[in-house]
Design a protein around this ligand. Structure first.
Ligand SMILES: *Cc1c(COP(=O)(O)O)cnc(C)c1O
Length: 424
């Protein structure tokens, strides 16, 4: 049986291994819930992007909201990546991880003045601006600092990425980007604002996209705009085609990154835009399959309609099932004999939405460790403290070496900064 995340996530005999480390041993050594990432799997996911873009002016900006722990950022920074950020907090993480701010693109539709100021002072490569109102504010902030802000406009190409509505971002009804039919006017406005310098154009149509066609449609729509903008005398330097490539959770078959980039490059070449600098913002596809969430089975709870397998990880640790009804593979860390029973795998949080998997046939006993696969993206970075649950620890493995990269959050941290009312 080939698991999502193979070959870095695979059984050897009855033991599940993450790269060279046995999952059940990691669970015993570091405790659960525990996120485990394979460094080699991350670099292997990056390689086809790098290969496909070799020989072209390009920048791969890891969309760090997918997984933003410092050691993850460090891994990509050392591999030459820039970062796609969506907040001032993420910029500080890039700096703390040793990333190059000159390779940062700042996305997001609600940048505050304070975030703009900080990003201008640090010197990010580009602001991806999402509205005409934001253009005005950014220009004003840049002028107040005596600087000029490099900008791309995030345009909304109005294509259907054919993904879950919550992670579709390139349709007219989405809150993201500047509408296609307003884009040329917005570029004219940007060009007139004294605090801005137009450097590129940007789009990002959604996430967990498993087909190439929506990307080609979006690229065509963006190139139409580039041609219209440039014929009005403005120069667009780089094309940023966003992120969004899907991964395998169960039986999805997304295109390989090099196949996607190859198809996009062919389209750009065919339309005479092959010499432009290219920016990509992959998130999930670089880290998703590289991570698993390990959890311990607390109780098996048979019922008349459903059997429940209660584990010590919950929706606060991994929100994707509760938020998007996402289906993620769940497997035992050590295979055992016995007839599998069909369970809903649920966490301890007091919400019926707190489930990690439904109707899973598993042979388990209390005390066993299970792994939720493909949990490397939008897992830990979305974790919360709901139910006053401290956040999980994180481990990075490289071959047979496991390094703790984030300590389990101490409970006292949860109410640090809180104050009782003064006694009267
Ligand atoms: C989230 C996001 C990405 C990354 O999306 P993935 O699906 O994780 O690749 C890229 N660009 C922007 C602007 C985003 O918001």
């Amino acid at each position: 049986m080939t698991l999502p995340g193979a070959p870095f996530v695979a059984y050897r005999g009855t033991e599940l291994f993450i790269d060279g480390c046995a999952a059940s041993e990691l669970a015993a050594r570091f405790g659960t819930p525990l996120y485990v990432y394979s460094r080699r799997a991350m670099l292997a996911a990056l390689a086809p992007y790098q290969r496909a873009l070799a020989g072209r002016e390009h920048l791969i900006c890891y969309a760090m909201k997918a997984s933003s722990s410092l050691a993850v950022l460090q891994t990509f920074a050392q591999a030459g990546c820039g970062f796609d950020i969506v907040s001032g907090g993420e910029l500080d993480r890039v700096l703390a991880a040793g990333g190059d701010p000159g390779k940062v693109v700042f996305s997001g539709l609600g940048k505050t003045r304070a975030e703009m100021r900080r990003a201008l002072e640090i010197g990010v490569r580009c602001f991806n601006v999402e509205s005409e109102a934001e253009l005005d504010v950014l220009s004003e902030v840049a002028l107040s600092l005596g600087r000029v802000a490099p900008v791309s406009l995030r345009v909304n190409p109005d294509v259907d990425a054919k993904t879950h509505p919550y992670i579709s971002t390139g349709l007219k009804g989405n809150k993201f980007g500047i509408a296609h039919d307003r884009a040329v006017a917005a570029y004219r406005r940007a060009a007139q604002l004294p605090g801005l310098k137009v450097v590129g154009i940007d789009c990002h149509i959604g996430s967990q996209i498993t087909e190439i066609a929506p990307y080609l449609d979006a690229a065509d729509r963006v190139l139409d705009l580039v041609e219209a903008i440039e014929s009005s005398g403005l120069r667009i330097h780089h094309l940023d085609l966003g992120g969004g490539l899907g991964i395998q959770y169960t039986d999805e078959r997304p295109p390989a990154a090099d196949a996607l980039i190859g198809a996009l490059l062919a389209r750009l070449d065919a339309r005479g835009h092959g010499a432009r600098t290219l920016v990509f913002e992959p998130g999930r596809s670089l880290v998703g399959n590289a991570g698993v969430l390990l959890s311990e089975v607390l109780y098996l709870k048979p019922g008349t309609h459903k059997n429940f397998c209660v584990v010590d990880a919950a929706m606060n640790d991994l929100m994707r099932p509760a938020l998007y009804e996402a289906t993620m593979s769940i497997v035992p860390c050590r295979l055992r004999d016995g007839v599998p029973v069909v369970y809903d795998v649920v966490g301890p949080v007091c919400e019926s939405g707190d489930w990690l998997g439904r109707d899973r046939a598993l042979a388990l006993q209390p005390g066993d460790a299970v792994a939720v696969l493909s949990a490397g993206a939008y897992g830990m970075s979305m974790a919360s403290n709901y139910n006053s649950r401290p956040r999980a620890a994180e481990v990075m493995v490289d071959g047979d070496v496991a390094t703790l990269i984030r300590e389990r959050e101490p409970v006292a941290e949860l109410f640090r900064g809180e104050h009782l009312l003064p006694a009267d």
